[in-house]
Design a protein around this ligand. Structure first.
Ligand code: PMP
Length: 391
């Protein structure tokens, strides 16, 4: 499948003439994903798990098949996959549940990284009384393997891929790791191979909308042994074994984490997003991102007064940069006005921008499988024009 054919599967590009270089914020959706939402409501709609009629059985089957698909995709078991609304809900729920379980206490040592997104910082800040440690990155925005190996902490939460520099976290460093590990895989799934067993990850979160799937659906993965020890983070219908006047007994298994009516249509659409990624092939995605990134970086590096925030060693197609005198928002606005969508700001990484990059905002360009060489060249030309205009 060539990129032209792949791009044709994304109706948004047939409906408007834009260059979309903001896939780290959310990817565009192929028609197979969009159509599957209508398909669900037209053919399968019924509440799951409780109905005794064929339509309810079908809806439950669709939902559970989607769980199986995501499990297989990240090399987990289906009973380790909890559907949530997105990574943010997953991290809030997980942190609450870890405290309730006693696996963590208010005095546990939490270690995060300079590259973490606010969604993987604030939930941990909320639960601890102790100062959080932050792992730094070197001048190439790469983590030091030996430093990570030597860390002693109760919980290490990290971005599997940074949403600013594209840095891929060295999960090899976790082989001997003793504490709890939490991977924020929102920027990783659909860009690199994710294998929770190989990567030695205890918990992982992802958002469907960043992997060609719909908004409003995400996943919390947890090792079965650990999930068994965690209490539910939401309570209500669908998650209990028994309810008494003063108390309740939760269901066993992952059902206890999915209170209320789940987002079945979007879980189904997420399974279609996985089909899409698998049809294109992760190797092809990686190769294509590297190709685009190569063209973009070569030109950006030749420009004066630009600082590039990107890991050249081991990274995906997410590149941020700033100009010495032209504000990031001016560059992004100029690009936007001329049909090129990029992001400017702190990208929910104020710690990184304030303490490491020492700037309030950067411009971020992030690639998806639908981008081509023309997109990159148009973006570069407009960056140059905006700098000329505002300098
Ligand atoms: N982590 C990272 C690295 C992200 O880029 C994002 C989304 N910007 C999140 C977490 C939160 O994801 P969501 O908004 O889908 O909950």
């Amino acid at each position: 499948m060539d990129i032209k054919t792949i791009k044709k599967q994304f109706p948004i590009f047939n409906n408007q003439n834009i260059v979309y270089l903001d896939s780290a914020a959310t990817t565009q959706k192929p028609s197979s994903v969009i159509d599957s939402i209508s398909e669900y409501y037209e053919h399968f709609n019924s509440n799951v798990h409780r109905g005794l009629y064929p339509l309810a059985t079908k809806s439950t089957e669709v939902y559970e098949n989607s769980r199986e698909k995501i499990a297989e995709f990240i090399n987990a078991d289906p009973d380790e996959i909890i559907f949530v609304s997105g990574a943010t809900e997953a991290l809030n729920g997980l942190s609450r549940s870890l405290i309730l379980s006693g696996l963590l206490t208010k005095n546990s040592q939490i270690t995060l990284t300079q590259l973490d997104h606010h969604s993987n910082i604030l939930p941990w800040q909320k639960l601890t009384n102790k100062d959080i440690d932050y792992i730094t990155v070197n001048n190439d925005y790469v983590f030091d393997l030996e430093q990570i190996k030597s860390i002693k902490t109760d919980l290490l939460a990290f971005p599997l891929v940074s949403n600013v520099t594209g840095t891929i976290f060295p999960t090899d460093s976790l082989n001997e790791f003793k504490g709890i590990t939490v991977a924020d895989a929102t920027q990783a799934v659909g860009h690199i191979k994710v294998d929770v067993k190989k990567m030695n990850i205890d918990f992982l979160v992802l958002s469907g909308h960043k992997m060609y799937g719909p908004m409003g659906i995400g996943v919390l993965y947890g090792k079965k042994k650990l999930l068994e020890k965690l209490p539910p983070f939401n309570v209500g219908g669908g998650m209990i074994k028994q309810v008494e006047e003063q108390d309740y007994v939760p269901s066993s298994g992952i059902e206890k984490f999915e209170a209320g009516t789940p987002n079945v249509a979007d879980a189904y659409a997420l399974s279609k997003a996985i089909d899409f990624i698998q049809q294109v092939g992760i190797d092809k995605i990686i190769e294509h991102e590297n190709y685009l990134k190569g063209i973009f970086l070569k030109e950006l590096e030749s420009m004066d007064n630009i600082s590039i925030f990107h890991s050249r060693q081991n990274s995906t197609g997410v590149i941020s940069f700033s100009h010495n005198s032209v504000h990031a928002h001016d560059i992004a606005q100029y690009l936007g006005d001329n049909g090129v969508c990029v992001r400017a700001g702190h990208h929910c990484t104020q710690i990184l921008h304030k303490y490491r990059l020492n700037i309030p905002a950067s411009v971020r360009v992030s690639f998806g499988i639908y981008n081509n060489r023309d997109d990159v060249e148009k973006c570069l030309n407009l960056i140059k024009a905006s700098i000329k205009l505002y300098s």
